[in-house]
Design a protein around this ligand. Structure first.
Ligand code: PMP
Length: 395
């Protein structure tokens, strides 16, 4: 007799997902993540990837990864604090600090880990975390892991942020304001200069998750802080190594003191094995490539502008994105998912984003334009959008 539980309570919830029209199977990619992919056996244009610069399958990064494996093996063998801290990890952090124009960088195994580990380490009892209501799930989880009090301000609403600061600042030892640099679901850029001014006025610390800004905004993709010229005025800047950089991992850029502290209290640094050599070497190559040319970021923006202009001309509501992320607003969950399926049936893969990732009734098709797309692919995608959109009465 099996002692495995029936898990009926989970089965019931899965049925609910099906009833709500938000149940889905994991799509399977056969081969590399590029602008055109083989998905569930079908060749489609890929408008769903975070591979902004086309680095995920770049020959120079692959070469660096192979060299890393040959010289250092496939695994790092331990956590950073025991014997998993190789010279290549140290070098990568120096390169990233130079890229971000910050004193120091601490690298984590993922962007998610970085938020979860860093927020918990830098806040505690007697502190307050003030977070934008649309911040990423890993920020929410990092805040949950902290013993600090938490509150949210309305999305990008500086009046609401100031109201909270005015009301609560004096009740706490430290206050940490957290915002995404670029909001991943809409592509809008945080009002960082205003946030920094408020933080300075009320003596609060600032924390920017630039997962979607790094490699995209600023000089050679240095990120949102660089885009606004705010170097030296943001305490903690997070980046991922999995999106524009094309590999895997995350990092926080800031002061030497921050790094010293995280090497003692960043739980993923202490309790989870460090990044493998292939990843570290490929990332180093990617960052050096970014610093040596604007070719990739220029192409990303050119493609982003081209696609947005054409979608707008076609009559779609594409929101207020300030980056190449292009949300196509649909509304109802079921209609959004049907639209996504209609596109896929005709060779364009765009994931439908619905509740609980975004609020109910604000379903959208999030188009991720990259430097790797050709004009022909973008034209074909627009044409497919137009034909499905007309059939479904969205335009
Ligand atoms: N922060 C934001 C804003 C993100 O969009 C993501 C990725 N979805 C993460 C953090 C997590 O990054 P990673 O995928 O590297 O774990």
């Amino acid at each position: 007799m099996s002692n495995v539980h029936e898990l009926q309570f989970i089965k019931d919830q899965i049925e609910d997902l099906k009833k709500d029209g938000v149940y889905r199977k994991l799509p399977v990619l056969e081969g590399a993540n590029e602008s055109e992919i083989l998905l569930n056996g079908k060749k489609v244009i890929n408008l769903s990837s975070n591979n902004y610069l086309g680095f995920a399958n770049h020959p120079k990064l692959k070469e660096a990864a192979i060299k890393g494996v040959e010289e250092y093996g496939v695994g790092s063998g331990a956590v950073r604090t025991i014997v998993g801290n190789m010279d290549i990890h140290e070098e990568l952090e120096k390169t990233l600090a130079e890229f971000k124009r910050e004193e120091a960088v601490m690298v984590y195994q993922s962007g998610f880990n970085c938020n979860a580990g860093t927020i918990q380490a830098i806040t505690g009892k007697g502190d307050l975390i003030i977070s934008d209501e649309l911040n990423h799930a890993s920020i929410i989880d990092g805040a949950r892991l902290s013993r600090a009090d938490k509150t949210v301000y309305k999305h990008a609403d500086m009046k609401d942020l100031e109201r909270i600061l005015k009301e609560k600042r004096d009740q706490y030892t430290n206050v940490l304001i957290i915002t995404d640099g670029v909001f991943s679901m809409d592509g809008d850029i945080a009002p960082l200069p205003e946030i920094v001014e408020l933080a300075e006025k009320y003596k609060a610390m600032t924390y920017v998750d630039d997962a979607h800004g790094s490699g995209v905004l600023g000089e050679s993709g240095r990120g949102t802080v660089d885009h606004f010229g705010l170097h030296g005025r943001v305490d903690f800047t997070i980046g991922t190594l999995s999106k524009a950089i094309g590999v895997v991992g995350g990092y926080v850029a800031g002061s030497n003191t921050m790094k010293e502290w995280l090497s003692h209290r960043g739980r993923p640094i202490l309790f989870s094995t460090s990044l493998p050599p292939a990843a570290v070497c490929a990332i180093s190559e990617a960052v050096k490539l970014l610093m040596s040319t604007t070719e990739f970021t220029d192409k990303l923006w050119e493609n982003g502008r081209y696609f947005k202009d054409r979608m707008k001309e076609a009559g779609f509501d594409i929101g207020n994105s300030g980056t190449p992320i292009t949300p196509v607003m649909v509304g109802e969950e079921e209609v959004t998912m049907k639209f996504s399926k209609g596109l896929l049936d005709r060779g364009v893969f765009v994931s439908g984003i619905v509740f609980p990732t975004v609020p109910k009734g604000t379903g959208r098709l999030r188009c991720m334009v990259t430097a790797g797309h050709t004009k022909e692919q973008l034209d074909q995608a627009v044409e497919t959008f137009v034909s499905v959109g007309k059939e479904m009465g969205v335009i």
